[in-house]
Design a protein. Structure first.
Length: 173
C-alpha cells in the first residue's frame, strides 16, 4: 500500500469508529431526567377494556415496566417471557406493567391472540415521551425499566430482554 492508501484507510477507520461510538451512545439508556419519576408515578392510562391504569397503584412493590408495540418484532417475542416472569414472581411481590406505544385497536386485537396476564396501559405517543424521560433518548422499543420497592429505577434495558436479564432482575427484590 502506498501512503495515500494508508491515509484513506486511516480516515475510513476513524469514520467507522466515530459512527459506531455515536450509535452506541444513542442506543444506551441515558440518565433519568429530573422530575421524571414524579411524572411517571402520576401518570394514568386506559387499559384494553377501558379500565383505568393508575401507575401510583404500583408503588411499594418491585415493578418491571415494559414499553412495547404490536408492530415491534422483539417486543412481541419477549412478551411470553414477561408473562412467565409475572406468573412466577407475583407471589414474591413482583409486578409487571406493559405500556403499549401503539394504537388501542391494534393492542386489543393483538391481546385476543396473545392474552397477557399482566396489566397493560394504552400509552400511545405519551408512552414514547415517558420512556424518553426515563432514559430512552432514541424512543426505540422495546424498553424495559425495573424499579425497586421504593420506586427508584434499579435497571433499564433498551432492546429485547433475555431470560438471563429476568433471572438477574428477580434477585433485586
Amino acid at each position: 500500500m502506498n501512503r495515500r492508501q494508508w491515509s484513506m484507510a486511516g480516515v475510513a477507520l476513524a469514520a467507522g469508529a466515530a459512527g459506531a461510538g455515536v450509535a452506541w451512545w444513542r442506543f444506551q439508556p441515558h440518565a433519568v431526567q429530573d422530575g421524571a419519576m414524579a411524572v411517571f408515578w402520576a401518570s394514568q392510562f386506559e387499559g384494553p377494556n377501558g379500565e383505568r391504569v393508575d401507575l401510583q397503584a404500583w408503588r411499594g412493590r418491585p415493578l418491571l415496566v415494559n414499553f412495547w408495540a404490536t408492530w415491534c418484532p422483539p417486543c412481541v417475542e419477549e412478551l411470553p417471557m414477561l408473562n412467565a416472569f409475572h406468573t412466577q414472581h407475583a407471589a414474591r411481590g413482583w409486578q409487571v406493567l406493559g405500556l403499549a406505544v401503539d394504537q388501542p385497536s391494534a393492542v386489543r386485537r393483538f391481546m385476543e391472540k396473545l392474552p397477557l396476564v399482566f396489566p397493560v396501559g394504552m400509552a400511545g405517543l405519551a408512552g414514547t415521551e415517558l420512556s424518553r424521560t426515563l432514559g430512552n433518548a432514541s424512543g426505540a422499543l422495546p424498553f424495559t425499566v425495573v424499579m425497586g420497592r421504593d420506586g427508584a429505577v434499579l435497571h433499564r434495558k433498551l432492546g429485547k430482554v433475555s431470560q438471563a436479564d429476568l433471572d438477574a432482575w428477580a434477585q433485586l427484590a
